[in-house]
Design a protein. Sequence first.
Length: 273
Amino acid sequence: MFVEIAENHIEVSDAGDINLDITLDCGQAFRWKQNEDKSWTGVVRGIETTVSKTESGLCFYGITAQQFTDVFYNYFDFGKDYKKILIQLSQDNILKKAIDNYGTIRILNQEPWEALCSFIISACNNIPRIKGIIERLCENFGEKTESTFSFPSPEKIASLEVNDLDIIRAGYRSPYLISAARMICNNEIDLENLKSQPVDACEKELMKITGVGKKVADCTILFGLGHIDAFPVDRHIKRICEELYPDGLPECINGYGGIAQQYMFHMQRMKNI
């Protein structure tokens, strides 16, 4: 990968054949909005940037070289060799067809607390509504930055009562958010420590939180804790497994189940649109 710093923007070449649209809008992160020129604007760890696809890679606007190095390099998983991973996944003909059709779908390495909250909100919900709830959560309880709002801290959410969250219109999920925040603030759950624990241990810990079932836990583990082998199962994944993998998942996804899951999720999502 080659990074070139120019005035007001940073160009990243050889970023793999990244499909930016699917990567940013396939249900793994919820603070990205597409602009009329097909670029995307989002907020990561309180830093807003606009990113667009170029012939050779990606171009980031509105961030410094230090912000790219400290935040966006890891967020877009640039340190992982996706070409090698996709060659392995392509040993399965179904996944090979999806990879050929969609290009590279990257896993976004999100801040653990934001990922946990986002997937608590995602339960029995759709992507546009999830985005709306999270936007209202940030606008009302996040810290104001130069041009946007940060994701509210667990300390801030823990200080609230359920009726304080009526404004975000999250319904029955509001008490779950407060419960999660209070458990983290009371050191009952240590998200950073879970990054070094195996997936089953992470599941066990996260599912102590009211409102966190296996699917929400596994999404948090994959997108917030960096466990690329986690394999979240929702109704889309369950359906595609029953239809296409009745005898079990292919061995080639071992170690990279989370990336395979994103291709399977998008395949099923496209069938339902």
